[in-house]
Write a protein that binds this ligand. Structure first.
Ligand code: ADP
Ligand code: ASP
Ligand code: MG
Length: 408
């Protein structure tokens, strides 16, 4: 008998029929003699709908974050009840648990809380009593009992973290594609499913727009050594195994291409090139919990420079508001401006560590296709550029072809 954690995403539980399909899959796993914890997401579209409702009742104002989490957590709460009901009506013994009931504790950063502790004794007790546990993804509670949520896509994190906490033998992330592909198959139709991928590669892909897994969940899996598979809830095809790096993985130079839309570039110009300027800028932005990505500082000519960084376009107003009060300290004529309509394109692969020329190949392919590059940043295993959002799909196809990923 094994202890298995399964996670079913929004599309997989998107209709009553699909919930029944998921219940059947869970039951089949239990019937093989395993203990099962199934983490479920809100039915597809529900979380977005709840966000819209919050916007509608608050008009110009921002919804209070505490109440936002009370609201968002209801999406997953609906699915756990329906999935447990479906299983019970099939004659199985299933119990639903909210994140709080399952002992998932987080910090107090509403809407993007971090898990601080899991007390799984209650889950173990229920499993030992022969129950299937249906656990709400994406949520937890603070030590003083406030409901929190774990950021978009956070049900992945619930599954990985619970698998680590109960020392599960297997963690399966069921979704609406057969696994992790060389690029989003909705954008590049000849993208190929990857059989095995390292934590680092998936982490870089996830943090640069490959939303098949939430990046924080991959980070968690790497930290605690949780091997997991990503596979489809709609068929029985083998999926993608995500695990620590092996020697043979190095021979593949580029594993995948990621794209991220809806980005904006924020530029602070007229900044005195003195120690402390960058720290003031990014201190002010991070206090607002805004995620900053590519950072570029120009070479200063006259002791004055400008600094640009990218953020999600929805964070522009917040970033500008956070920066206005510190502008006077940055230089007499310091100004902040923003440009949206940009997107990020990344190529990722651990083989890049031992192969040179990847950047040159990437830039040449984009230039041959007439696609202009604005900003560039690199890590050991990733190169990211920004391009116009209107050209991102074409850019992804060009990259995929340039690195021969369709033949992978
Ligand atoms: P779930 O609701 O199951 O969590 P998501 O919508 O979060 O599913 O993630 C699955 C989607 O991720 C797929 O439908 C696919 O369009 C998208 N995706 C983006 N990049 C990739 C990739 N490289 N491989 C697989 N899927 C990808
Ligand atoms: N329902 C949440 C979201 O849409 C969490 C998840 O599906 O993983 O982001
Ligand atoms: Mg998801």
């Amino acid at each position: 008998m094994s202890l298995i954690v399964q996670k079913y995403g929004g599309t997989s539980v998107g209709t009553p029929e699909r919930i029944v399909n998921v219940a059947n899959r869970i039951l089949a796993t239990k019937a093989e003699g395993h203990q099962v914890v199934a983490v479920v997401s809100a039915m597809s579209g529900v979380t977005n709908k709840l966000i819209e409702l919050a916007d509608q009742v608050t008009g110009e104002g921002e919804p209070t974050e505490r109440e936002m989490d009370v609201l968002l957590s209801t999406g997953e709460q609906t699915t756990i009840a329906l999935t447990a009901m479906a299983l019970n009506s099939m004659g199985a013994k299933a119990v639903s648990l909210t994140g709080a009931q399952a002992g998932i504790e987080t910090d107090g950063v509403h809407t993007k809380a971090r898990i601080s502790n899991i007390s799984p004794a209650g889950v173990h007790e229920l499993l030992d009593d022969g129950n299937i546990v249906i656990l709400a993804g994406f949520q937890g509670k603070t030590p003083d009992g406030k409901i929190t949520t774990l950021g978009r896509g956070g049900s992945d994190l619930t599954a990985i973290a619970m698998a680590a906490a109960i020392d599960a033998d297997l963690c399966q992330i069921f979704t609406d594609v057969d696994g992790v592909y060389t690029c989003d198959p909705r954008v590049v139709p000849d993208a190929k499913k990857i059989d095995e991928i390292s934590y680092d590669e998936l982490l870089e892909m996830a943090s640069s727009g490959t939303k098949v897994m939430q990046s924080r969940s991959v980070e968690f899996a790497k930290k605690f050594g949780v091997r997991f598979e990503v596979r489809s809830s709609l068929n029985n095809n083998p999926g993608t195994l995500v695990k620590e790096e092996t020697m043979s993985m190095e021979s593949v130079v580029i594993r995948g291409v990621s794209l991220e839309r809806a980005q904006a570039k924020v530029t602070i110009s007229g900044v005195k090139d003195l120690p402390g300027s960058a720290s003031r800028i990014f201190g002010a932005v991070s206090e607002e919990n805004i995620l900053v990505d590519m950072i570029v500082q120009n070479v200063s000519k006259t002791g004055i420079t400008d600094i640009s960084f990218t953020v999600h376009k929805d964070d522009v107003a917040k970033a500008e508001a956070a920066l206005k009060p510190v502008l006077a300290e940055l230089g007499d004529g310091a100004m902040v401006g923003a440009e949206d309509g940009i997107a990020k394109l990344s190529v990722v692969g651990i083989g890049m560590r031992s192969h040179s020329g990847v950047a040159a190949e990437m830039f040449k392919a984009l230039s041959d296709a007439g696609i202009n590059i604005e900003m560039i940043s690199t890590s050991e295993i990733k190169i990211t550029v920004t391009v116009s959002e209107a050209q991102i799909d074409e850019a992804a196809k060009v990259m995929h072809a340039a690195f021969g990923l369709a033949e992978a």
